[in-house]
Write a protein that binds this ligand. Structure first.
Ligand code: URA
Length: 431
């Protein structure tokens, strides 16, 4: 291990054997944290080339179980977002794509830091479970075309260990380390083709567009090297997506979107992502055709019916999707007003996500309970005109103490200005 650290410290490329020696040894508990930390910092500072990053990903993928989806018919297409605020696209895109015959066997995650997680959102539907064993998971995908569950079995134990160490050694934001962390989990989850939604901007882990494109290229190259066709869209996280942030609030917004009444930005992004998945799944031959099919699945109600089918199959009470008022509301709904006439300018979207966590929608510690009704409804977003005293957002929480923490965080996240800010695209690039 000393030699491996020394090679990387001196800027040399590591061999696949050196990389798998490290991954296997660390998972087996034979390499101490201090040596693993030193190597991670050397990788952080010196980087890794495409071959090293691919070798690290493959070693991590095979550090535990891998899922074999070959027993399921069709081209299975997976989707992964690098994490955002108000990013509920998976909940809409999975039923859109499944309703058009492309199977999705999806393993999702929980909220991480200021970002929300698909599992937490889904679990705000009473009765719904995401802790489903593999046999039932396959059965639901076979019968209904899609399922969204939590990670089962011992998938990529290397990532759990390495991620925890990165978190405390200032080595998280390294492109080869992020790319191998995400792609090892995607490869182990077994889908044939992969769509990556790489978020960039003030609410993303990658704040800078060039870095987001580099990360997307690194991940696409790993996917291709592993024989899985992979496409990445780089999307805007300089503002929350849609109006709703928080678990039940986001589920309600997904239902509105699948019924054709969702916020325009969210509907457009969902159709762009669905179009890519439909092309990857060979259901559409062009992106335009895929987008038209996705729009049709929303307009004719088949995507909403598919969401209800998946929710019912996972034990959820579909009555809540049909009558959203059944979700109820938190006791406190605090309105935030614009301080002046003008426009809503730059948004510190990470701080908006943090405010939502402080209201109770996320966890500050690993085992904290979640308030599924807590969160933020944005009535205005970046670029919208506002009048002094007009309500721009409503903060929902069950606890006045949570509100007193979240309110200053949220207020500090918004900038009001005299002139209309330059509009920004929803989609920056495709790799
Ligand atoms: N998400 C992951 O799964 N891993 C990273 O390293 C960063 C974001």
């Amino acid at each position: 291990m000393y030699d491996i650290i020394e090679h990387k410290r001196d800027g040399r490329a590591l061999s696949p054997e050196e990389i798998s020696y490290f991954v296997q040894g660390y998972v087996a508990g034979e390499i101490p944290d201090y040596q693993a930390s030193a190597l991670l910092m050397a990788i952080f500072l010196r980087g890794m080339d495409a071959r090293e990053t691919a070798a690290l990903t493959l070693a991590m993928e095979h550090s535990g179980d891998v899922v074999d989806l070959s027993g399921l018919e069709g081209i299975k297409v997976d989707k992964h977002s690098t994490g955002g605020v108000g990013d509920k696209t998976s909940l809409a895109v999975v039923p859109i794509v499944a309703s058009l015959g492309v199977p999705v066997a999806k393993m999702s995650g929980r909220g991480l830091g200021h970002t929300g997680g698909t599992l937490d959102k889904l679990e705000s539907i009473p009765g719904l479970t995401t802790g489903i064993d593999r046999e039932r998971f396959f059965h639901i995908v076979r019968e209904h075309g899609a399922a969204i569950i939590g990670q089962t079995g011992n998938l990529v134990p290397a990532d759990k260990l390495i991620y925890a160490l990165r978190d405390v050694t200032a080595t998280v934001d390294s492109i080869p380390l992020i790319a191998s962390s995400i792609m090892s989990k995607k490869l182990a989850a077994g889908s044939d083709r992969i769509l990556l939604d790489v978020k960039t901007g003030s609410g993303a882990f990658m704040k800078d567009l060039d870095a987001a494109i580099d990360l997307a290229r690194a991940m696409v190259s790993i996917g291709e090297e592993a024989g899985r066709e992979t496409v990445a869209l780089i999307t805007n996280m300089n503002r929350p997506l849609g109006h709703a942030i928080g678990n039940a609030l986001e589920v309600i917004e997904v239902v509105e979107t699948l019924r054709g009444h969702g916020p325009e930005d969210l509907a457009r992004e969902c159709c762009a992502l669905a179009a890519e998945m439909l092309v990857l799944g060979e259901r559409a031959s062009t992106i335009d055709e895929g987008r038209a099919l996705a729009e049709q699945a929303i307009a004719n109600g088949s995507a909403f019916r598919k969401l209800c089918e998946i929710v019912a199959a996972q034990g959820g009470d579909v009555g809540y999707l049909e009558d959203r008022s059944r979700f109820g509301r938190d006791a406190i709904a605090h309105e935030v007003a614009a301080p002046r006439d003008g426009y809503l300018g730059a948004i510190d979207t990470t701080a908006v996500g943090t405010a939502s966590v402080e209201l109770g929608a996320g966890r500050e510690k690993k085992d904290d309970p979640i308030d599924h009704l807590a969160g933020i409804t944005l009535l205005k977003n970046r670029g919208d005109a506002v009048r002094a005293g007009e309500t721009v957002a409503v903060l929902h929480t069950a606890d006045a103490e949570h509100l007193s923490r979240a309110l200053p965080t949220f207020q500090a996240a918004l900038t009001f200005q005299e002139n209309e800010p330059e509009p920004e695209p929803l989609l920056f690039a495709r790799v």
